[in-house]
Design a protein around this ligand. Structure first.
Ligand code: KG4
Ligand code: ZN
Length: 341
């Protein structure tokens, strides 16, 4: 087959997105976000997000096809995120994608959103070398993965035992009075502060005793330590040095993520680390990973910002991988899985 053309559809959380990918080329990429509607509630409201998907689905898909100068008949397959994510949101995207596949008689692939965050880096950096490791960090996930074969086999090397890194940032941001999502605000303020001003624990730096492997993360204690420190300062009537709090938190989280990622690369003999997920937009993490990558002789592949956050290109790219690998499409009655592993 010549380079497969795949329409990718994404609706796991608050972004309705569609994109067309041909081989390793991004042909079109449309993202509509309902983030502004959630900001005043301090987090994503599933019911609001689901309704927004229902409204944005047809315009997004139509624009992605129009921007690609294509109709549905031009695509070889449709890929859609089937999980993990918010059930109501997934249901809208998956039902819509199934309708398109049925009407146009196209094969459909229900894909894993988290693996999409890995796959998308191919648009910028090309195919994965052997023994690639991937660090996926977002508001819902913090995982270190060994990518043996993106279409068939990925091993979990480590994961968070409690909060995800983005979740930890969002919670601290709330304490500091930033609107949701707070991660980007912490990033911005961290650039102005002293990363060593406040002692923030890194959490699970050595791995828990008796643990199967020392690659897991824990950010709940980090969040609590920062929250306590803020409370103490407030109780003493001290002004909170917001920039320093942000810089110290960002440094602690980036350091432990980078440390464990490099430890994993050493263990697996990986010379390539892929980074993905919304939190990979974080400046402190990007800088730290590139720095330790040079020290350890590991090529760190961090995608451009628009490919870090949720989008349709990641779904379409993984769809292309599945078509190329000859993986059988999903049956039209495949289920969504909000807790997909
Ligand atoms: O992957 P994503 O768009 O959605 C999922 O959670 O699946 O990631 C969103 C998360 C939020 O927690 C947000 O605060 C965080 O990524 N985030 C950032 C930055 N940009 C987004 N955190 C820190 N620094 C950033 N620049
Ligand atoms: Zn995501």
């Amino acid at each position: 087959m010549s380079e497969p053309i795949v329409l990718g559809i994404e609706s796991t959380c608050d972004e309705t997105a569609a994109a067309v990918v041909q081989g390793r080329t991004l042909i079109s990429n449309v993202v509509a976000s309902s983030m502004d509607e959630h900001a005043r509630y301090g987090g994503v409201i599933p019911e609001i997000a689901s309704r927004a998907h229902a409204e944005a689905f047809v315009p997004c898909v139509s624009k992605a096809l129009a921007d690609a100068n294509m109709t549905l008949s031009d695509v070889d397959a449709i890929a859609v995120s089937a999980g993990p994510g918010l059930a109501g949101c997934l249901a809208v995207g998956v039902s819509g994608a199934k309708s398109l596949a049925w009407a146009a008689n196209k094969p459909i692939y229900g894909i894993n959103h988290v693996i999409g965050h890995i796959a998308v880096t191919q648009l910028q950096f090309g195919p994965f070398p052997e023994d690639t490791l991937a660090l996926i960090v977002s508001g819902g996930h913090t995982s270190l993965l060994h990518v043996e074969d993106v279409a068939h086999h990925i091993d979990v090397v480590g994961t968070t035992l409690d909060d995800a890194a983005g979740e930890c940032f969002d919670k601290v941001a709330r304490l500091l009075g930033f609107p949701y999502p707070g991660g980007p605000h912490i990033d911005r303020h961290a650039q102005l502060g002293d990363p060593h001003a406040i002692k923030v624990p890194q959490g699970l730096t050595q791995g828990k005793a008796g643990q199967q492997h020392p690659y897991d993360f824990s950010f709940s204690g980090v969040k609590t330590a920062v929250a306590r420190w803020i409370e103490e300062q407030q109780a003493q009537g001290n002004e909170i040095p917001v920039d320093d709090v942000c810089a110290s938190l960002a440094d602690s989280v980036a350091t432990v993520l980078a440390k464990k990622a490099m430890r994993g690369c050493e263990q697996y003999g990986s010379k390539t680390l892929i980074v993905g997920g919304g939190f990979s937009a974080n400046s402190q993490l990007r800088a730290k990973l590139l720095e330790v990558g040079v020290e350890h002789g590991v090529e760190v592949r961090v995608p451009q910002l628009k490919l870090c956050t949720d989008n349709g290109a990641m779904v379409a790219m993984l769809g292309v991988n599945l078509v190329e690998a000859g993986v059988a499409p999903s049956n039209l009655d495949f289920a969504i899985d909000s807790a997909m592993p």
